[in-house]
Design a protein around this ligand. Structure first.
Ligand code: SF4
Length: 416
């Protein structure tokens, strides 16, 4: 069962609580509250997931955590806490995109929380709202959504079911109703299935079509069906400053080392008045929500040792499971080994091994063959075993991992 805040998972290091953040959005005061929870009730860190959610590990007092998260507005409906799985284009409304989807995220979340018949929707069921750039819709490196609305123009969007364009075109103001109708139909026909791709999607698509065709007055005319479209997908936002259409810095994309933020960093970002959008690629978009932003804003974001903002840093693109000592199955402390192999310790800069393996290398370090948390895009698996690691399937000792990674990276480059 997917963990939540009310139903935690017992890991080797204690209770693990997963906090759903629809659209990955965290307001400044929520960041401060969550940082205090991590510091006072858990292991002092906030762990990012591949679904743009957050996890606290080694939680000592689950009841106190529930109370504090609810007070911060992070548990709007206890009965629905595990079904609020909504991905959205993380830079929507900040830079690029065809149609800002942030209002749709809020409306979809409110509709889900208000649907008393959807509390049994599986915790893995995933919605996506793509602002037209194609970073969270099918074909991207984000996890595949069961139901997705993808903006085609500012006035209409495509409905995708299990990654396939249904041909159904729905305006933004009908998108939430259509997606909720689809989720409801799935819950009725799913049997033991957890994901839409496990069943025939026809009744789900039909329910969305019917809903999209309904108007407030009960007539018809807002949903169109066309030939399925073909669109390009967009890569994840690049680490570093993000410029808006005027060339001004509108946000900073930062990569917490191995997808974990310290409570100190998250609290400082929140106290500085910055909002955070967690992405499905274990990065965060830091953006200023004040109406009169300072001219030197974002300068301090790069000052946190656990946040990578330099696209040339060897740890950009490198992920790792939690490993030892937190997971009993792990053969190694994979995060420490990865940092040593790539020569990047907090505050020490890039070492020789990092230069060998090269920045921008996409690799996932895992403590065992389950490879938890591996990214969706192309990458090299580095899997711990007794006495060393399997690098892309080839076993080497720890002292030769950097060399093996470099060789595999060059081979892949040559094949492209
Ligand atoms: S990949 Fe293995 S070692 Fe790592 S967290 Fe998953 S089960 Fe644990």
């Amino acid at each position: 069962m997917c963990p939540g805040v009310l139903a935690t998972h017992e890991a080797a290091d204690g209770a693990l609580a997963r906090i759903r953040l629809p659209g990955g959005a965290l307001r400044p005061e929520q960041a401060v509250a969550l940082a205090a929870c991590a510091e006072g009730l858990a292991d002092g860190r906030i762990h990012l997931t591949s679904r743009a959610n957050l996890q606290l590990r080694a939680v000592r007092d689950v009841d106190a955590l529930v109370t504090r998260l609810a007070a911060a507005g992070l548990l709007p409906s206890p009965a629905h806490e595990r079904i609020r799985n909504v991905l959205a284009s993380p830079l929507s409304g900040i830079a690029g995109g065809v149609r800002d989807v942030r209002d749709l995220v809020g409306r979809l979340d409110a509709a889900l929380c208000g649907a008393s018949d959807l509390t049994d929707l599986p915790g893995r069921f995933l919605f996506a709202l793509d602002d037209g750039r194609g970073d969270v819709a099918a074909g991207s490196t984000a996890p595949e959504a069961d139901l997705c609305w993808r903006a085609v123009t500012s006035d209409t969007g495509a409905i995708l079911a299990a990654g396939v364009d249904t041909g159904l075109r729905v305006p933004p103001d009908r998108a939430v109703a259509a997606l909720v109708a689809g989720a409801r139909a799935f819950d009725l026909v799913r049997g033991a299935a957890w994901r839409l791709r496990e069943i025939d999607p026809a009744p789900v698509v039909e329910a969305m079509r019917t809903e999209a065709m309904r108007t407030e007055a009960g007539g018809t005319g807002t949903g169109d069906t066309v030939e399925p479209g073909e669109w390009t997908s967009a890569p994840p936002p690049r680490v570093g400053p993000v410029e808006d259409a005027t060339g001004a810095v509108a946000a900073v994309v930062a990569a917490p080392r191995f997808g974990e933020l310290t409570a100190g960093t998250l609290g400082a970002i929140g106290r500085a008045g910055y909002a955070i959008t967690v992405t499905p690629w274990r990065t965060v978009v830091v953006h200023d929500t004040s109406t009169e932003p300072a001219t030197d804003r974002y300068c301090e974001v790069g000052g946190h040792a656990d946040l990578v903002v330099d696209p040339a840093d060897p740890l950009v693109g490198v992920s790792a499971c939690i490993g030892a000592p937190h997971c009993a199955k792990s053969h190694a402390d994979v995060r420490a080994d990865a940092a040593a192999v790539l020569g990047s310790e907090p505050g020490t800069g890039t070492g020789e091994a990092g230069t060998t393996a090269g920045p921008g290398l996409a690799a996932h370090f895992a403590g065992c063959s389950r490879r938890c948390g591996r990214p969706g895009g192309s990458h090299i698996d580095v899997v711990a075993a007794e006495g060393g690691y399997h690098v892309g399937g080839t076993f080497v000792g720890l002292d030769r991992v950097a060399e093996a990674l470099s060789a595999q990276a060059h081979t892949r480059e040559g094949l492209q």
